[in-house]
Design a protein around this ligand. Structure first.
Ligand SMILES: C[S@@+](CC[C@H](N)C(=O)[O-])C[C@H]1O[C@@H](n2cnc3c(N)ncnc32)[C@H](O)[C@@H]1O
Length: 359
């Protein structure tokens, strides 16, 4: 036999005196359970919808002794809902009797209560599972995938470990985002450290009417100027400090399938679909691209402050470490292209062609 919940007398405040007096103990228990469930979800930070009965109601006359049903606007709605409760499908003999109540609608109400309790229990079990997974994730005690169905909280699809930011990120599943703090990938935003802080471009029409669209799209607090890298042309500079975890982009340009043209331009990112090369986004044309085209390739890991990543078929840049005010935004183009620029990171014997002006 299921244990009965104690009626929480504090819920009385959500009802009029008359309503409370007329309410049978099953209803009070039902509201108690709804509130218990709600409180638990709040404690877990799940931002549940406030149960209707707990919402403030308009009251025409604030006098407990004299009020009638007509004095409360939403009460009519509540009473309508109360009578429209569906009878449980279970046969009456299947329903466990409770110890104390003798009211005529005992079986029906009991069935409703049991259903509510079942829902609450299932929800709490799911929450408990989610918490466990989160804890496992935070403390890195268990990387295994239990195969459990988890709702509302997203978990890493796989433990990818610490990134080598010199490696090009070739996604086989680009709806996952790497979290630099967890060192893991999540479907969408990291449930522990939250979403990346998105910095939007200035909105400039991409119809080709502005030949300098790329320059004009640059957000506040960033500027385009001569790069600090010798012979690299223009670059992008931070006018203010940026924290780790800021997202810029997407990288905009013309879609092309011509790999030779893309390669020659020096402004094209390759897009992958299911781990295979698909097409290129070429930002050579300044009337069809945005400011991200001006971000240069870092000469070494110390300089690098951005990583390029593909998300939902587009290339974005994110700060993976704090960017100091007055420093140049520098990303890694990928080993092959960097080599062509004379950047051979990790190769101590290479002749350093890629040098900053101040070096
Ligand atoms: C996407 S563009 C970057 C913006 C370019 N600096 C500009 O003025 O338009 C890529 C080109 O910038 C230059 N570049 C970028 N990083 C460089 C580096 N580390 N060393 C030398 N040239 C670099 C190369 O000419 C490269 O083809």
């Amino acid at each position: 036999m299921s244990k009965r919940t104690q009626i929480d007398e504090t819920i009385q405040k959500y009802f009029t005196k008359k309503e409370w007096e007329e309410m049978c103990s099953y209803e009070k228990m039902r509201y108690t359970n709804i509130k218990l469930n709600y409180d638990m979800m709040c404690k877990l930070g799940l931002a549940p919808k406030t149960p209707d009965f707990m919402l403030p109601r308009k009251r025409k006359v604030i006098d407990n002794d004299t009020e009638s049903d007509e004095e409360w606007t939403p009460q009519k709605e509540r009473i309508t809902r109360k009578v429209s409760f569906k009878h449980p499908n279970k046969k009456k003999q299947d329903v466990e009797p409770t110890q104390t109540d003798t009211s005529s609608d005992k079986m029906d109400v009991n069935g409703i209560l049991r259903k509510d309790l079942d829902i609450a229990r299932t929800t709490l079990k799911k929450i408990a599972r989610n918490i466990q997974k989160l804890e496992d994730n935070i403390y890195d005690t268990d990387d295994s995938d239990s195969g459990d169905e988890v709702e509302e909280v997203r978990y890493p699809r796989r433990s990818v470990g610490k990134k080598d930011y010199r490696e090009a990120e070739i996604p086989d599943d680009d709806h996952f985002i790497y979290c630099d703090d967890c060192e893991d990938e999540y479907e969408g935003d990291c449930p522990v450290h939250g979403p990346l802080l998105v910095i939007e471009d200035k909105k400039i029409p991409a119809d080709g009417s502005d030949p300098m669209r790329a320059d004009h799209s640059i957000p506040n607090n960033l500027s385009i100027g001569t790069s600090g890298i010798k012979n690299a042309g223009s670059g992008v500079w931070a006018e203010v400090p940026f924290p780790k975890g800021v997202r810029f982009g997407p990288y905009e340009g013309i879609v092309t399938y011509d790999s030779i043209e893309a390669h020659r331009s020096g402004y094209a990112w390759q897009i992958y679909k299911n781990g295979r090369p698909s097409h290129f986004v070429n930002a050579k044309d300044t009337s069809k691209s945005n400011w991200l085209r001006y971000v240069n390739c870092a000469c070494n890991e110390e300089q690098q402050n951005l990583v390029a990543f593909q998300y939902h078929g587009q290339i974005f840049y994110r700060t993976y470490k704090p960017v100091l005010q007055g420093s140049e935004l520098l990303v890694w183009y990928g080993d092959a292209y960097a080599k062509e620029l004379g950047i051979t990171r990790g190769d101590k014997n290479s002749v350093p062609k890629c040098i900053m002006d101040k070096d």
